[in-house]
Every structure is written in C-alpha cells, then in structure tokens.
Design a protein around this ligand. Sequence first.
Ligand SMILES: Nc1ncnc2c1ncn2[C@@H]1O[C@H](COP(=O)(O)OP(=O)(O)OP(=O)(O)O)[C@@H](O)[C@H]1O
Ligand SMILES: [Mg+2]
Length: 227
Amino acid sequence: MIETEYQTDFFERTITLKEAWMRSEEEIEKLLNNLEKRLGEGKTALVTSLNIDEEPCLKVYKKKENGIVYKVSPKTELDKMIELQNLGNDIGVFVPEPHLVGNHDDLEFILMEKVKGYTIKDIVTNNIELPANFSLDDFIGRVKEFLARMHEKRIYHRDLHWDNIMIEKGTGKIYIIDFGSSTSSFGDDESEIYREKTPSGETITFKTDEDEFKEVCKELRNYLLTN
Ligand SMILES: Nc1ncnc2c1ncn2[C@@H]1O[C@H](COP(=O)(O)OP(=O)(O)OP(=O)(O)O)[C@@H](O)[C@H]1O
Ligand SMILES: [Mg+2]
C-alpha cells in the first residue's frame, strides 16, 4: 500500500495526473520494488521515471542499515521546492514542481516534475550536445541571479555540484534540483549557514553555493573549449 504523507494542490489542479496516479498505483509499486527505469542516482536517492502521461518522476530515498541517509526530510525538501517555484521563471531558471511526499513499506519518496534533459555532469562526461543557442556567460549570469534571489529568501542549497544542475533538452531551460541538503537561515553568519552538527555530534562543513557553482562553471568551460 502506498501512503501519502503530504501532497500539494497539484492533484486538484491536474485531474488527469490524479487519475493516472490512481490507475498506476500498481505500477508505482513495481517501480519502487524494482527501480530499473533510472534517470539518475545520487548519494541519498534514486530517481526513476513513471510511465504516465504527464511524466512526473519519483525520487526514492535509499536506506542504510542504521537509518535513512537523507540529510533533510523529504517533506522539508518538498517545502523548499515549493518556496522556490516561480522565483527564476523570468530569468529561465526553474525548480522541478513537487507533487507529493509518500511512503511505501519502508521507502520514502517525492513525486515531482521530471526534467527532460541532462545534468551538467551528464553533458560533460557523456559528451552531450548543448542547445545550439547555449551561451556560457548567459548561463552563469542566470544561475548567479537565481542564487542571489534564493539567498535573499534565506534559502541555501549547500550541494550545488554538477549533478544538481540540469539543462532541458531543446529549450535550454536551466533547472536547479536536489534540495536534500538545503537549509533556511535567519542569521547573517555564513559560517553557521554552511556548517551543521550531525546527530552523532560530528560537524559537517559545506562549500558555499557560489564556490560550488564556480567549480561547475570551470568544468563546463573546459568542456566547451575542448569540443
Ligand atoms: N526532477 C528530476 N528530473 C529528472 N532527473 C532528475 C530529477 N531529479 C533528479 N534527477 C536525476 O537523479 C539524480 C539524483 O537525484 P538527486 O540529486 O535528487 O539525488 P541525491 O541522492 O540527493 O543526490 P546527491 O548525491 O547530490 O545528494 C540527479 O543527479 C539527476 O540525474
Ligand atoms: Mg544530487
């Protein structure tokens, strides 16, 4: 049985997807038990495609023997994505629209919009062609503007590596994904924003979003120079 812990009003707005979800619960169970239609995999989750019309995807959190490996709860991750919807629409930077957080047996998942494109890592390591009108300076300018707006809203991504930024095929729309390490801050002290104590008492230090993004730009620049 699939249990829904939380859902946005997406299903009320999109009746066909609601029907598809109801119809395909069995298929979703199959996917959760056998995650073969993989779109990607990170440290904490597997992301897999659904076979229904509007093509959302499932981010399914991996389990570790002694607990779940995610850093923030899926609900917190979904809340961040909701807060950031529309923030960068005018500058062509998007965050996938989240639909719901649910669980099945001991697996937790987020159902969200599937980005029909590639991560910067995919592009660089698999030699994927960028949209014809792609400009690196333009890309950098847009993402920097998005980061500034996000930080103004006191949200920090804290995991902005090359596999967490995607470019949509054909359109070139930029997507920032994976808010699984993100945080909200009400202080101004950056060293606190980018530092966290784990339940075991260890202190983790994150790179700043700006520094991580610089690394991504470096990879992309090298790729463009050699291709
Ligand atoms: N909405 C999406 N649409 C399409 N592909 C996605 C989407 N979300 C994630 N992916 C793919 O799945 C991969 C893993 O997802 P995600 O980054 O959310 O997992 P993670 O385990 O939290 O990653 P990390 O190792 O960065 O912590 C991504 O790098 C990307 O390739
Ligand atoms: Mg990731």
